[in-house]
Write a protein that binds this ligand. Sequence first.
Ligand SMILES: Cc1cc2nc3c(=O)[nH]c(=O)nc-3n(C[C@H](O)[C@H](O)[C@H](O)COP(=O)(O)O)c2cc1C
Length: 374
Amino acid sequence: MSSQESTADEVTVQALFEPYQEGNLKLSNRIVMAPMTRGFSPNGVPGPDVADYYRRRAANGVGLIVTEGTLINHPAAAASPNWPNFHGDEALQGWAKVVEAVHSAGGRIIPQLWHVGTTRKIGSLPNPEALPVGPSGIDAATGEQVSEPLSEQEIASLVEAFAQAASDAKRIGFDGIEIHGAHGYLIDQFFWEKTNRRTDRYGGSLAARTLFATEVVKACRQAVGPDFPIVFRFSQWKGADYSAKLVQTPEELEQFLAPLAEAGVDVFHCSTRRFWEPEFEGSDLNLAGWTKKLTGKPTITVGSVGLDVEFTKRDESANTVTLDKLLDRLNRGDFDLVAVGRALLHDPEWAVKIRDGRSDELRPYSQESTKTLY
Ligand SMILES: Cc1cc2nc3c(=O)[nH]c(=O)nc-3n(C[C@H](O)[C@H](O)[C@H](O)COP(=O)(O)O)c2cc1C
């Protein structure tokens, strides 16, 4: 490589390593570790191996870590006893140690707060007796009614469980929270027409279908005060249907986002599987680009950064690719932060290797990647 080429590369890659500040969210660079469920927390408690796993990313140049999905306090929130809880003394003490490890390595970390809704199969551990819950009790994958629609009282207690988790996140030292409103889980089941058939105030129009999420955001905001960062993750795609769309036009996207922004979201995490795909015809802006344009809020993009195979094929290997298309968009200001999933799951040094031009050392994602806490 000539010196001229290497200088040009450094200048562009440098955009990923610019510090970032929005309110109280102060980051050393633009790289975010995407939330990735790992299943290494027996009985819902993250241990020292989980703390080390996150610490390695902080020590190796990741600006912000979003933890794997971590469960709010509700009997049907989880579908595995090895997914981490965000309630109970033992799990919260485990998380406090994760925070300490990440902070001591100079990183920042926020937990992703999660409830799986009706994606949970009947009889799943850790609470086999608890029925899956959702706005209308419909399992999106099968279309079957698996439980009664949530009552207003149950909805209120779920909102309260998210708020309690937010308050605990602040108390044990996290740098903010991310609310998981994406991929067809509980909050997204309220958004999506196919899983929300309610005829009360939580169902019907797109705006009505955002009510549960806005209640969650408002309750979390109230629990943490005005200065604690709240990130909200959403997606068009669902685990049960990768081609699903909540909105078809920029106008609809605006109707969807406005109540969430007003409720207190600071940053939108716009989950797509391929960051370079235009969201709507007539513009090359992706979902994060449109969201920033329509709300004026900072956004995080995500989806196959640095890899050649998209997320749906998560069991497939993926080779590393250059970041040119990403850097063009970041430099243009389409979005503020860039989340990286599988590339970082497999390689804790991904960020520093990119920063230092060591791309020949990047390790491709493989089928084995999810089996180890690298
Ligand atoms: C093993 C694995 C687990 C995941 N778990 C979560 C999760 O808990 N919460 C979430 O919002 N997304 C989850 N995702 C999606 C990722 O956050 C990310 O959006 C997706 O992998 C696309 O990014 P990538 O192409 O860089 O991997 C998961 C992805 C993988 C590969």
